[in-house]
Design a protein around this ligand. Structure first.
Ligand code: 5SP
Length: 222
């Protein structure tokens, strides 16, 4: 397996043609699906029935990022729907351990996300319960925002904690990731890269994916 994973965000895709848009990123590792409820974030996207349909038609695994309230209740359903990984926000969850275990029991990889203002250190003890930590590099809610380079120390902090833990836990970054920002993410220790506008805004999505993969691979320290 490649030491890095590229996960294009379909938030920047044409929502009227999602099957075709998933086909356009078939050379990526995962397809990142942002579920937003207009409460946890000020935007509304899609929910469980659409994710079930996307799982059916996607040529690559679905990487589901839940930006919703009450993930304790909803997250396992996305795993049961066939998402390969399900990420909940640590700011929204009541019982992170129970939710992560329910996601894993339903057959998906479990992850938690931290918003830019949220520190990682208080949650380091959760590493044995998850397969990935997502460090947001924009405020969650919208695609096309500017990359927050000030989150790179947090990415390094997560990578150091994963090394101390010794298990296999991916470190994902999401927001403003592009050919001009991905190297610093990889240098900081990220190995899973979400990119929306940089992929769907490119003339060729597959060429953009290859460029991102090559840049990240050249800078990974794994
Ligand atoms: O979760 C989110 C936004 O909240 C992301 O997944 C965006 O969809 C990334 O888009 P770009 O910043 O890459 O355009």
């Amino acid at each position: 397996m490649s030491p890095v994973l590229i996960s294009p965000s379909i938030l920047s895709a044409d929502f009227a043609n999602l099957e075709r848009e998933l086909g356009a990123i078939a050379t990526a590792d995962w397809a990142h699906v942002d579920v937003m409820d207009n409460h946890f974030v000020p935007n509304l996207t899609l929910g469980l029935p659409i994710v079930e349909s996307l799982v059916r038609v996607s040529p690559i695994p679905i990487d589901c990022h839940l930006m919703i309230e009450d993930p304790d209740r909803w997250a396992p359903g996305y795993a049961e729907a066939g998402a390969r990984s399900v990420t909940f926000h640590i700011e929204a969850v009541a019982d992170a351990v129970a939710t992560a275990r329910a996601i894993r029991a339903a057959g998906a990889r479990a992850a938690f996300a931290v918003k830019p203002e949220t520190p990682f250190a208080p949650y380091e003890d959760l590493l044995p319960e998850v397969d990935m930590v997502l460090v947001m590099t924009v405020e969650p809610g919208f695609g096309g925002q500017s990359f927050m380079a000030d989150q790179m120390p947090k990415v390094s902090q997560v990578r150091d904690a994963v090394r101390r833990f010794g298990g296999e836990v991916w470190v994902q970054v999401d927001g403003g990731v592009s050919a001009s920002t991905i190297e610093q993410c990889a240098d900081a220790g990220a190995d899973v890269f979400v990119a929306g506008s940089a992929v769907y805004g490119a003339e060729s999505a597959s060429a953009a994916i290859e460029q991102l993969r090559a840049l990240a691979t050249a800078h990974t320290h794994r």
